[in-house]
Design a protein around this ligand. Sequence first.
Ligand code: ADP
Length: 493
Amino acid sequence: MYVVQIASECAPVIKAGGLGDVVYGLSRELENRGNCVELILPMYDCMRYDHIWGLHEAYKDLGVPWYGGEIKCDVFCGWVHGRLCFFIQSKSQDQFFDRGYVYGGEDDPMRFAFFSKAAMEFLLKSNKRPDIIHCHDWQTGLIPVMLYEMYQYHGMERQRVCYTIHNFRHQGNCGNEILEATGLNRPDYYFHYDRLRDNFNPFALNLMKGGIVYANYINTVSPHHAWEARFTDVGYGLGHTLEIHQSKFSGILNGIDYKLWNPKLDELIPFEYDVDSLTDKAKNTKALRERLFLQDADKPVIAYIGRLDQQKGVHLVHHAIYYALQHNAQFVLLGSGTSAEVNNRFLHEKYFLNDNPDVHLEIGFNEELAHLIYSGANMIVVPSNFEPCGLTQLISLKYGTVPIVRGVGGLLSTVFDRDHDPDHAPEKRNGYVFYQMDNHALESAMERAIGLYYDYPKEFEQLVQQGMECDYSWKNAGAQYLNIYDSIRYQYS
Ligand code: ADP
């Protein structure tokens, strides 16, 4: 099968969160299974160009219709760790992708509407006719809309779209200027409740809703989150739309790429190890302490890695730091805030804790340091408000770092409480789970984890090993996506 992935991120070349990991990992799995996979991405100025091999111009002066005129683009092509990627560089005065950031512009809907339009023009004009176009999140929600409403009449009538939603919180709300810019026009038609009109704001279009309505298949990234999105508030207003389109909606649990995330093969950590050589993990703990100027003490290192954002339960992250320090543990945080307010709060905390030899807060995004922390920490906290899948707990399990998670979304589907889990036998359990969104709930799980570490070290090691033996590779998800592709491939549009 010929699959083209269109996305705003692909690890490691451009990654703001889990989306980048998923786009890369799924593409590799699909290729390993004998499919032809290509990726289309924006050409950001802030990409890790050192991860692109053989970058060269593939299409010069691609004319992309925009507001009745056109914007010229150059399309570059290169390999990102073996994946063939096309990067769209616009020559617009708006400098859509030359701003030193991936997300965060006030005109983000316009930037990614342009990217979606350019990606479709590129497919059309370069005569690429994939069986499946797989697009992701609100940034590419317009792809199925444009395919169905425009491009199928220009020779793309056989292409089918799978649309994956990684996060319902960000939906791409915008005004009707997007319709004019992309040439979709007809505001009366698109502002209909059955099409793109936002479910709550009658004056806004919702790009994610467009993706849901028009794609041939939609999924989110864990079965439990698929249920939550339909029936609870974490669908952020799209529950009814999902209900209407339930026959083409499901949840598929993400995997992680065990070539990139594997303590036995990881070149970014000082000591490689596996389930049979855990003493080498302890050497990484020592290296982590040295790198972050923590004292070398016989205490467990508890970590947090992730965006510092309301979704991630930042107030509980904050509480976890102090709880760890009060209970004879060390704490390492690596995170970047999505708002200045949260960033400043943690910067303030960093300043306050600066002289404490048991804690280090690193505010920013640092892929290399993330690998060292996964390998050196003993436990990781993931106290999310909601979590569609979550990759940090999956990576932690592989690195023998015991996850302490809140029981929501994908966390609930992947972490099984050591002490209480009605569905999994003790030898299948791999971490700690708490449910309420308050300090006491978090403390109850942290207390049990720290207690086991100190009082029953053999049992703690056993829990570490059980986690490392879990298989959260792309094998399962790859097979499920291929089944979906197959089921929509010959579907009548
Ligand atoms: P998200 O909601 O951000 O997509 P996930 O758990 O699905 O959360 O994926 C997060 C990914 O981003 C993981 O690979 C994690 O290691 C990485 N990550 C998050 N924050 C940072 C950071 N500050 N530095 C390095 N890697 C990070």
